[in-house]
Design a protein around this ligand. Sequence first.
Ligand code: ADP
Length: 198
Amino acid sequence: MTRLLLIGPPGAGKGTQAERLALAFDVPAISTGDIFRYNVTTNTPLGLEVKSFMNAGAYVPDTLTNAIVADRLKEADAATGFLLDGYPRTTDQVAELDRLLGAEGTQLDVVVLITADTDEVVARLLKRAAEQGRADDTAEVIRHRLDVYTEQTAPLIDVYSARGLVVTIDGLGAVEVVTDRILVALAERGLRASTTTL
Ligand code: ADP
């Protein structure tokens, strides 16, 4: 059983690392951002509800986000572990995740904090904007997303640090190098990947 959370500012590389770590540990990567984007793209009722928040770089309301994650964690593939990417992001979401896991008698094993300085993340997000055209990757919305992260999500690092769960990983460098740093840090905590050939 491996229950991981990736946390870090927009553009730190959480999504990229989440995919790789999910393969390595053979657990599903659960990204609330991806779930919301899929619903926006396919025009579901949920997509219509969340679109304006996302395009403005604002967080989707906790009640909606919590309900989505509660459903997703009930799916069979999450029974033997999971990697959360982008959830929880608010203290209310932390409380809900604690409740969900507590009901199963479990908790998170490790919180991986991926760091990258603001200049670097802005540069990466602008590059992604040029390549992928994500609606929330404009300079103005990026600035807002960073502010929201600092205000609402950065405080979670203290919450999880107080529980002794946080490992901090430098997110600068090649993708594989960053993955290796994470795998080493997790192994030091007794979490061994089922494969390291990614
Ligand atoms: P990034 O972290 O790079 O900004 P994500 O793909 O993780 O990108 O999230 C994109 C958007 O999806 C967020 O700006 C927000 O609107 C919404 N979102 C994702 N996860 C959450 C969450 N846990 N709580 C509220 N909103 C969320």
